[in-house]
Design a protein around this ligand. Structure first.
Ligand SMILES: CC(C)(COP(=O)(O)OP(=O)(O)OC[C@H]1O[C@@H](n2cnc3c(N)ncnc32)[C@H](O)[C@@H]1OP(=O)(O)O)[C@@H](O)C(=O)NCCC(=O)NCCS
Length: 418
C-alpha cells in the first residue's frame, strides 16, 4: 500500500520548509539570519527526513539526526543524535511520527555505523514505543540569595584562579576542559567548531532581555581546569530600592573537584542577585556534596537523554563494564528484530574488553531493548528496572551482577539539548 505521506531526506533548498514544520509544532518563529547561519553549519540535510503531503508537495512531518560521537562507559561511540522531530499541528495523530521514527531507525540500522541513537524528548511519553529508554536524569537547581555557601570541608586549591574571559575568545580553553571531561563522562558528545559556535552563539537580537553570555575560567599555571558560561537578567525593585537580578548558569564543566567548587563559589556569591538558576545539571552533581546546605539547591529532576540500542552486539561489546560479567540476555525488539533473541555478554571489568554473541544457552535475564537503552550509559540500574517489573531475572543470582556491571561512575550527563 502506498505511504499516505511519503518520506525522504530533504534537499538544501527545502531546509526552510523543514524548519517551518518545527516552528509551527514548537510554537516558535523563524530564526534570525544570524541564528540560521549557525544552525545551517550543524544541519545534515542528507539524514534529515521529511514526510510530504502529496497534495501540497510540502513537508508536514520532520525528523533530523546529527552524526555524533558520544562518550559511553569506557569509550567514544558513533551515535545518531536525533533532533527536530515535529509534525504540523493540522496533521497530528495520523501516524506520521510513527512512520518517521520507523524509517529513521531502519535507516540508521541499515547504514551500520551507529550502534546507538540518542535524543531529548519534548514530552516523556513519546519515544518508548520506538525502543528508547530514559538513560540520564537531569536536574534544575534554583538558589535564593545567600543560600549557596560551599562547605568548609569541600576541596580548595590555592593555586586556582577565577578570571572572567570573553567566551568566543576563550573557545580553545573551554574545549580543552570539555575534551578532558568528555573522555570519562558518559553522555558528553564531541564538539567540533560548528557545535562550539552553537554553544557560544550570542547575537544581540536573540538574547531575550538577558545580558551577553559571560564566561569565567578556573585555571592555574598549567592551564584551564574548569569554566562556567552564564547570563544574567538585570532587575531592580524600584519601589523598595532593592537589587533583584537573576543569574542563569548555562554550562559549568570542571575537570576536577576543586575547580568545580571554586566556580560554584564564585557564581553563588555574586552580588545583587535574588536568584541563581542552573539547568541541565547532572542529578548527582558533585556540587550537591560540596554545598553546606544542599537542600537549598531545590533540585528538580527530570529525564535527560534517551538511548535507543540500534545494533545490540556492537553497542554492548563497545562499552566497558564496572566489574567482570558473564550473562545471557533474552531481548525483545519489535522494530529492529535483528536485536531480538538471546545474547551472551562477557566482559572482564573496567579495563577489559567485552564480547556479545548470539547463543542458545538458557537466558539469565529477560528485558526489552528499551530497558537495555535506559541502562546503556550506566545511569539507570537494571536492578531498579527489575524492581519496577520491567526486567525479569530468569536464573537466581544473575541480575545483581549484571546490574552492577552495567552501572558506571560517573553517572551519565549530557549538558546540552541538541
Ligand atoms: C509529538 C508529535 C511529533 C506527534 O506526532 P503525530 O504524528 O501526531 O504522532 P502519531 O500520530 O504518529 O502518534 C504515534 C503515537 O504517539 C502517541 N502520541 C502522539 N503524540 C503524543 C503526545 N503528545 N503524548 C503522548 N502520546 C502521543 C499517539 O497516540 C500514537 O500512539 P500509538 O502508536 O500507541 O497509537 C506532534 O504532536 C508534535 O509535533 N508535537 C509538538 C512538537 C514535539 O513535541 N515534537 C517532539 C520533539 S522531541
Amino acid at each position: 500500500m502506498a505511504e499516505p505521506y511519503p518520506i525522504r531526506p530533504v534537499t538544501d533548498d527545502e531546509i526552510t520548509a523543514f524548519r517551518a514544520v518545527d516552528e509551527h509544532a514548537f510554537h516558535g518563529g523563524p530564526p534570525s539570519a544570524a541564528r540560521m547561519s549557525v544552525f545551517r553549519r550543524t544541519f545534515e540535510a542528507d539524514r534529515s527526513l521529511a514526510a510530504f503531503d502529496p497534495a501540497t508537495a510540502a513537508p508536514v512531518g520532520v525528523a533530523g539526526a546529527y552524526t555524533f560521537r558520544m562518550s559511553v562507559p569506557g569509550g567514544l561511540l558513533p551515535t545518531a543524535g536525533v533532533s527536530y522531530v515535529a509534525v504540523l499541528p493540522t496533521y497530528r495523530r495520523r501516524g506520521i511520527l510513527r512512520s518517521l521514527m520507523r524509517r529513521q531507525l531502519a535507516d540508521i540500522a541499515a547504514a551500520g555505523r551507529e550502534p546507538i541513537a540518542v535524543l531529548w524528548a519534548s514530552e516523556a511519553p513519546l519515544y518508548w514505543r520506538y525502543g528508547y529508554g530514559r538513560a540520564t536524569t537531569t536536574a534544575t537547581f534554583r538558589f535564593q540569595r545567600g543560600e549557596g555557601a560551599i562547605a568548609p570541608f569541600a576541596p580548595t586549591d590555592p593555586a586556582l584562579r577565577i578570571r572572567i574571559a570573553e567566551p568566543t575568545a576563550a573557545q580553545a580553553e573551554l574545549a580543552k576542559v570539555y575534551d578532558t571531561v568528555l573522555s570519562s563522562q558518559p553522555g558528553f558528545f564531541t564538539r567540533n567548531d560548528a557545535w562550539w559556535d552553537r554553544v557560544l552563539y550570542d547575537a544581540e537580537e536573540d538574547r531575550g532581555g538577558l545580558s551577553p553570555q559571560r564566561c569565567v575560567i578556573a585555571d592555574d599555571n598549567s592551564g584551564p581546569r574548569g569554566y562556567a558560561l552564564y547570563r544574567a537578567r538585570d532587575r531592580w525593585d524600584d519601589d523598595r530600592f532593592l537589587p533583584d537580578s537573576v543569574l542563569f548558569v548555562d554550562e559549568l564543566v570542571a575537570a576536577d573537584p576543586a575547580a568545580g567548587a571554586a566556580l560554584w563559589a564564585d557564581l553563588l556569591s555574586r552580588d545583587l542577585l535574588t536568584e541563581i538558576t542552573a539547568r541541565l545539571r547532572p542529578a548527582d552533581d558533585p556540587v550537591l556534596h560540596q554545598l553546606l546546605d544542599p537542600r537549598r539547591a531545590r533540585p528538580q529532576p527530570h529525564d535527560g537523554v534517551w538511548v535507543r540500542v540500534i545494533d545490540l552486539p556492537a553497542a554492548l561489546s563497545q562499552r566497558r563494564y564496572s566489574c567482570p560479567v558473564d550473562a545471557v540476555l533474552e531481548v525483545t525488539d519489535e522494530l529492529l528484530p535483528d536485536n531480538a533473541g538471546r545474547w551472551r555478554l562477557r566482559a572482564g571489568g573496567p579495563d577489559g574488553g567485552a564480547t556479545c554473541e548470539r547463543t542458545t544457552e538458557p537466558a539469565d535475564v529477560a528485558l526489552d531493548v528499551r530497558e537495555l537503552g535506559a541502562a546503556y550509559l550506566g545511569g539507570t540500574r537494571l536492578g531498579g528496572l527489575a524492581a519496577a517489573g520491567l526486567v525479569t531475572q530468569l536464573r537466581p543470582g544473575t541480575l545483581a551482577p549484571l546490574s552492577a556491571a552495567m552501572s558506571w561512575d560517573p553517572s551519565p550527563w549530557c549538558p546540552r539539548i541538541f
